[in-house]
Design a binder for this molecule. Structure first.
Ligand code: SF4
Ligand code: SF4
Length: 244
């Protein structure tokens, strides 16, 4: 922009920045449901930001969004992005349909349901890195059994009563759960600090590859609110079962 007088150039730069901020805001408030939209957004940003430093800023803002708020799931050549901030709204939108679906599924009770769900689970998790997400550890507590308490206390070199007092309380169903979310053992990089001795419920979460899936349908619908993988698994399962 060297052809413009200095002051005008400053105004143009300020305007450009404002435009970019609005574009980012727009992106933040909108669910980008596929890769094409994401690419278009990046293209728009790079088109308006010929200045190298602005490009850099936009790129880092995009990387921030890509890393921190979207979980990408690939289906054949199609990339589906699920933003964690939008997950609750998506799950709410699908809840009535999901509930009807599980009623139908319970009635039909297909013999191969475990095989089907497990295959979908495998495909979805091939493309999800839980370390980019950790939404389960951040939003819900596992049930912690007496065996879990024993094992974790030993690992932490605490007496079980001290561990219980410090970290747990009984919920409405009289099960021990963590006092707070996010989990006190989740570190800043989304790693579990007690991974090798974590509660059984954590190691089995989100239960979509467990046998007797038919008994886990209600909890699975609840988990669509917290786990983007479960949301995607249920969506794919509905499509697959509707073909039958
Ligand atoms: S114990 Fe580990 S896996 Fe379980 S909720 Fe906490 S951080 Fe997550
Ligand atoms: S299990 Fe689900 S909610 Fe938990 S980290 Fe993995 S994708 Fe996220």
């Amino acid at each position: 922009m060297t052809f413009l007088p200095a002051r005008t150039e400053r105004y143009v730069r300020a305007g450009l920045f404002l435009f970019l901020l609005v574009a980012v805001k727009e992106k933040e408030s909108k669910l980008l449901s596929n890769a094409k939209e994401e690419e278009e957004f990046l293209f728009r940003c790079s088109f308006v930001s010929r200045q190298k430093n602005v490009k850099k800023i936009i790129l880092s803002i995009n990387l921030y969004f890509l890393k921190s708020s979207s979980i990408y799931i690939f289906a054949k050549n199609k990339k589906v992005s699920i933003r964690l901030s939008e997950l609750q709204a998506l799950a709410k939108r699908s809840e009535t349909e999901n509930k009807k679906f599980i009623v139908r599924l319970k009635k039909k009770h297909p013999k191969d349901i475990d095989i089907k769900v497990s295959a979908i689970h495998e495909k979805v998790f091939q493309n999800i890195n839980c370390l980019d997400c950790a939404n389960c550890c951040k939003s819900i507590s596992p049930i912690i059994t007496d065996k879990d308490i024993e094992r974790i206390s030993k690992y932490l070199k605490l007496r079980p009563s001290v561990f219980t007092e410090k970290y747990l309380h009984l919920d409405n169903d009289n099960d021990y759960v963590y006092n707070d979310t996010p989990c006190p053992f989740l570190d800043k990089e989304n790693y579990c600090m007690i991974y090798s001795v974590r509660p059984k419920a954590c190691s089995e979460y989100p239960h979509t590859d467990q046998s007797k899936f038919i008994n886990l349908l209600n909890i699975t619908v609840k988990n669509t609110y917290y786990c983007p993988a479960v949301y995607e698994i249920v969506e794919r399962l509905k499509k697959e079962m509707n073909k039958l």
